[in-house]
Design a protein around this ligand. Structure first.
Ligand SMILES: Cc1cc2nc3c(=O)[nH]c(=O)nc-3n(C[C@H](O)[C@H](O)[C@H](O)COP(=O)(O)O)c2cc1C
Length: 204
């Protein structure tokens, strides 16, 4: 175990969007998933499933599937074709450039079911919150291991499309994607803005 303190580790984790081409050992990727699974979750459940996408074919399939769906959404928004091509190509290249992608999925397994929509939504919201905690664990573990990571929003906009692109079970719904790899030493994260505590919190 490293000698880094928790506050140091929290500070050290940054979104790194450029990687060296070297692969990441699967044992190490498994250790990141294990760290994710230590996160708190409702009712002692673990409503998460994890897909490690580290083959070129699977990365391409995921990028292509989500890209097609984004293309349709952008057309619906009225974006012009050149801009759509530019955005979708850049997004797909970013996925391919990462040595590994870890896809966090949600499942109803272990969650409570309610007869009304409002409580069902709240239950799913709890699961989503817990997925966020799990992803933060995963990224902190990556930082601790000297790996770079970046959370990518795409699958939350098209969970079924991402699921089908990878031929996952019907009940695994992708909601979070994390790029993982060895950091490109030339990449500098954006400067972190200061935390305006007095604007963000109050005592009650
Ligand atoms: C839910 C979520 C979605 C995100 N989606 C993206 C994304 O699609 N692309 C990206 O480059 N960064 C994405 N990020 C990373 C944020 O841009 C980043 O966390 C933020 O700018 C703070 O920088 P830091 O992570 O280096 O502290 C996402 C972060 C979160 C929590």
């Amino acid at each position: 175990m490293s000698q880094v303190t928790v506050p140091d580790l929290l500070e050290a984790r940054r979104s790194i969007r450029a990687f060296r081409p070297d692969t990441v050992d699967r044992t190490l990727l498994d250790a990141l998933v294990e760290a994710a699974c230590l996160a708190p979750a409702p009712h002692h459940s673990r409503p998460w499933r994890w897909v490690i996408v580290d083959t070129d074919d699977a990365k391409r399939a995921l990028g292509h599937g989500m890209g097609q769906r984004w293309r349709e959404d952008l057309r619906g928004d009225g974006s012009d074709d050149d801009r759509i091509d530019e955005l979708v190509t850049a997004s797909s290249e970013r996925l391919s450039s990462a040595p590994a992608l870890i896809l966090g999925c949600l499942t109803w397994d272990g969650l409570d079911r309610y007869p009304d929509a409002a409580r069902q939504r709240a239950e799913w919201g709890m699961a989503l919150l817990s997925l966020g905690a799990a992803v933060e664990n995963l990224m902190l573990a990556a930082t601790d291991a000297g790996l770079a990571s970046c959370w990518v929003a795409a699958p939350i906009f098209c969970p079924e499309t991402a699921r089908d692109a990878l031929e996952l079970p019907a009940e695994w719904l992708p909601h979070a994607l994390v790029l993982v790899g060895h950091p490109d030493p030339d990449y500098t994260p954006r400067e972190r803005p200061p935390i305006p505590l007095d604007d963000l919190r109050r005592f009650a």
